[in-house]
Design a protein around this ligand. Structure first.
Ligand code: PXL
Length: 275
């Protein structure tokens, strides 16, 4: 029997609203990958629409888990990091990459900082700095346009081109691959632009744009991309797959008229990800 690939996922667990680990675990499982979560925090919901969630920070637990797993000499095909609550957690996410990623494995950093032109509530200038540092240890980063602007220290209106030039710029001289999400190459279409450090090529792929913004789509996108890359797909194939899957989920959500703040409905579509 083929070996099961394994990914360590450093994200929060938001218990309502379909984002972070609540999305990443089922997506990676559906793709035939074992996902070992390293929760950074537990929240009763995400922070974008349910008022003030109950919240427990887990930096101590994260540190303890890293020590435990290091002692077990575990290694992972991928380390995937996302929402982090503090610079301390960003440092621990970097340690997770250094200690857990096997040689030749994937470090995918989703620099979760904001969306729609605004930073998330808990994001401070210190966390932005720590996230930039974490990105230096990534093989692939997946910012949306808001995060791309923050990482480059620019206003969103100052971002270049249709996304491909932006992705190349964010690669820091081809030190890492980049997939920029939420790129709108023309009216009525939305997708992703990438720069692949392996090939030196940039590209873009977009599908029909369905109006309406939903929380957690960045997590859904990056989870599908992580799964694809760990299973051996190239960056372009992974990005195309993630764009198409997110679009299908948004269509399904609108058909079911599901509440926006609860994120996109993905459960009936997980079979599309089966290996
Ligand atoms: O999907 C990004 C995300 C992750 N985790 C938490 C969030 C958000 C976005 O709002 O609030 C807790």
């Amino acid at each position: 029997m083929a070996q099961i690939d394994r990914v360590a996922a450093v994200h929060d667990l938001s218990c309502l609203g379909r984002c972070s680990l609540a999305v990443i675990l089922p997506v990676l499982s559906a793709m035939g990958i074992q996902c070992c979560p390293l929760p950074t925090a537990v929240l009763s919901s995400h922070t974008g629409g349910f008022g003030s969630p109950a919240r427990t920070e887990l930096a101590g637990q994260l540190r303890g888990t890293l020590e435990h797993w290091e002692g077990l000499e575990l290694s992972f095909d991928g380390v995937y990091t996302g929402y982090l609550s503090s610079p301390e957690q960003a440092g621990l996410a970097r340690e997770a990459v250094e200690k857990l990623k096997k040689t030749g494995g994937l470090a995918l950093v989703d620099p979760v900082l904001g969306d729609g032109g605004r930073l998330y509530r808990s994001v401070t200038p210190e966390l932005v700095r720590a996230m930039k540092e974490l990105c230096r240890h990534a093989d692939v980063i997946t910012p949306n346009l808001t995060e791309a602007a923050v990482l480059l220290g620019r206003e969103m209106v100052e971002l270049p081109g249709d996304g491909q030039e932006l992705a190349r710029l964010l690669s820091d001289g081809a030190a890492r691959s980049v997939v920029v999400t939420g790129v709108i190459p023309e009216t009525g279409r939305i997708g992703a632009a990438w720069f692949d450090r392996e090939s030196g090529q940039a590209g873009i792929y977009a599908g029909k744009r369905i109006t309406g913004e939903y929380p957690g789509t960045g997590d859904l996108f990056a989870a599908v991309l992580t799964g694809s890359l760990v299973r051996g797909d190239g960056l372009e194939a992974g990005a195309v797959r993630a764009v198409d899957f997110v679009r299908r989920c948004v269509e399904c959500t609108q058909t079911l008229e599901a509440p926006r703040r609860e994120g996109v409905v993905f459960e009936p579509l997980l079979n599309l990800l089966f290996p």
